[in-house]
Design a protein around this ligand. Structure first.
Ligand SMILES: [Cu+2]
Length: 171
């Protein structure tokens, strides 16, 4: 009898593990993730980046698409092309809420470029873009419904070029 109880306990433990594992399974379907082009290289006139050329004046400072939708628990793939830094603010934050004068200097190349450093309601700040190649990816998880503001942390891009967009997270 004691052995049976132990066995049942073992089975229940296995089930518990199974339930835990299944509840942690990632969401599926077309709204499980979305892709945002975070800056784009121009092609007119033709741009030749070979072998390692990233001209600052040949980059579009935009988020395309400007608004994407994912389900809660989903992710957004920010495909970064150019010197950009994705920063995400909590649901409801508007571009006008950002203190664009609160900055921190970039630490790589270029050195001392003002990067927006307003931590109020900030839920994600990307890498210092001056330390990395111009083309890279950051994948950001969105756990709760709401409309999230995403800005480029490069001060001049946000202030002069309106480089921002939104992630709409649905239940
Ligand atoms: Cu930018």
């Amino acid at each position: 009898m004691k052995q049976l109880a132990l066995f049942l306990g073992f089975v229940l433990t296995l089930c518990g593990i199974g339930l835990t594992a299944s509840s942690a399974v990632a969401i599926d379907g077309p709204l499980a993730n979305a892709t945002v082009s975070f800056g784009e290289w121009q092609t007119d006139p033709a741009l030749d980046r070979f072998p390692n050329n990233s001209p600052a004046l040949r980059n579009e400072h935009q988020l395309i698409p400007n608004e994407v939708k994912v389900k809660a628990g989903g992710a957004v793939n920010f495909i970064i092309s150019g010197l950009h830094q994705p920063i995400v603010y909590d649901a409801g934050t508007q571009p006008g809420d950002i203190d664009e004068n609160a900055t921190t200097p970039s630490t790589g190349t270029p050195l001392g470029l003002p990067l927006i450093n307003d931590s109020t309601d900030r839920i994600y700040r990307g890498l210092d873009p001056s330390l990395f190649p111009r083309d890279r990816v950051e994948v950001v998880h969105f756990s709760k419904p709401g409309t999230y503001l995403v800005i480029c942390g490069v001060q001049a891009h946000f202030v002069n070029d309106d480089m921002f967009g939104f992630v709409k997270v649905v239940p």
